[in-house]
Design a protein around this ligand. Structure first.
Ligand code: AMP
Ligand code: ZN
Length: 114
């Protein structure tokens, strides 16, 4: 828990959010400014900033974020495909500095991403 972290406050339910999945390791909630019909953020309960700050002990939870994203994508019938994205660092578009995986789906996606 980092006292001034928005996503730690969401994890502790000190700030309201639309939680769509949670367990002891991870939580997932609707993005407040969705960039696709489905836009969910998945976070570890443990506060760390980005992949650049992850250590070997975070390996399992980083994988779990991807597998929970796949489960949510199946539940939402994102049959045409979906995208999972970590933005690492401000230069890649990161604006909240608690690691989170974006799950985006429900519209076509271009490659390369912007
Ligand atoms: P990033 O730019 O990769 O750090 O992603 C941060 C995401 O958090 C953005 O997509 C924001 O729309 C989203 N966001 C910011 N504040 C909230 C909030 N209170 N509840 C839900 N999502 C939020
Ligand atoms: Zn945090």
């Amino acid at each position: 828990m980092s006292a001034d972290c928005l996503f730690c406050k969401i994890s502790a339910k000190k700030i309201p959010s639309k939680i769509v999945y949670e367990d002891e390791d991870v939580f997932a909630f609707e993005d407040i400014s969705p960039q696709a019909p489905t836009h969910i953020l998945l976070c570890p309960r443990k506060h760390f900033i980005s992949l650049d700050h992850a250590t070997a002990e975070d390996q399992a939870v980083i994988g779990k974020l991807q597998l929970v994203a796949a489960q949510l994508a199946r539940e939402r019938n994102l049959l045409d495909g979906y995208r999972t994205v970590f933005n690492n660092g401000a230069g890649a578009g990161q604006s909240v500095f608690h690691l989170h995986l974006h799950l985006l789906g429900g519209r076509p996606f271009r490659w390369p991403p912007g």
